[in-house]
Design a protein around this ligand. Structure first.
Ligand SMILES: O=P(O)(O)OC[C@@H](O)[C@@H](O)c1c[nH]c2ccccc12
Length: 268
């Protein structure tokens, strides 16, 4: 199964990271960094009625190559110009053709909070995320134990990062709510085990979230009807990759899908 393979690959990457990233050294370097940008704050004070995390995504295991003419910095700059609240950057190499380098390069050129989109299974990847310039990390409930979710969450926050915790079904959401730490929760409409997508997953799970959670609907959103549906279901933000990556004019595509910037952001 794809998800097992990817986790196995991550274990190999983490073994390599153990040779190159010393935690004590990383802590000292991080202590001297400028504070990360507020990822969750940007979504709460969003530029449009619905918040937007736009993703820089060259390829995926389910779709193969999505954007052949791929220039990560130009794409991120187009997102910034379009008034994107946050940007997600895939850093996984083997399955998404992403790179830490892409995130570093984007960090130098844009002032939008950045999510390091990868499969975090070890603490060292969280230090690494902060070191390459991320403002937030993703924690995927499907691949972590409850105790890992809890300790990784706390470590990320201690390093100054925000955390998007991703769930796909009710048991995962219940685990995350039971830990009681997450304030930003993403519902992935795509089942990472089967690649099947269904926006109703957003509807089912957001209904179970307590007030005060910033809820993000992730994946398979490509029409104004899709956006309206997940907003109606209670999503305060959307995470969109493939649809934008397939458009020649990113800035126009963002405005076509989400409307113009209104700066009418609200906080709950
Ligand atoms: O390209 P889409 O269908 O708009 O989806 C974006 C994003 O939700 C998706 O890339 C994603 C959501 N969760 C993930 C976890 C790992 C890798 C990728 C993802």
């Amino acid at each position: 199964m794809f998800l097992d393979r990817i986790v196995a690959t991550k274990h190999e990457e983490v073994s390599a990271l153990k040779q190159t990233l010393q935690i004590g050294q990383a802590e000292r370097t991080i202590a001297d960094l400028a504070p990360a940008l507020g990822f969750e704050r940007a979504l709460s004070g969003r530029n449009r009625p619905v918040g937007l995390i736009a993703e820089v995504k060259k390829a995926s295991p389910s779709k193969g190559l999505i954007r052949p003419d791929f220039h990560p910095v130009s794409l991120a700059q187009a997102y910034e110009e379009a008034g994107t609240d946050c940007i997600s950057v895939l850093t996984d190499k083997d399955y998404f053709q992403g790179s830490n380098e892409y995130l570093k390069q984007i960090r130098e050129k844009v002032r939008v909070p950045l999510l390091r989109k990868d499969f975090t299974i070890d603490e060292r990847q969280i230090y690494e995320a902060r070191l390459i310039g991320a403002d937030a990390i993703l924690l995927i409930a499907a691949i972590l134990t409850k105790s890992q979710l809890s300790s990784f969450y706390t470590l990320a926050k201690d390093l100054g990062l925000d955390v998007l915790v991703e769930v796909h079904n009710r048991p995962e959401l219940e685990t995350v709510l039971d830990i009681g730490k997450a304030t930003l929760i993403g519902v992935n409409n795509r089942d990472l085990k089967t690649f099947v997508t269904d926006l109703k997953v957003t509807e089912q799970l957001i209904g179970l979230m307590p007030k005060g959670i910033v809820a993000v609907s992730e994946s398979a959103i490509s029409t104004t009807e899709d956006v309206a549906f997940v907003r109606e279901a209670g999503a305060q933000a959307v995470l969109i990759g493939e649809h934008f990556m397939r458009q020649p004019n990113i800035q126009q595509a963002v405005n076509d899908l989400l409307g113009p910037v209104t700066n009418e952001g609200t906080t709950r």
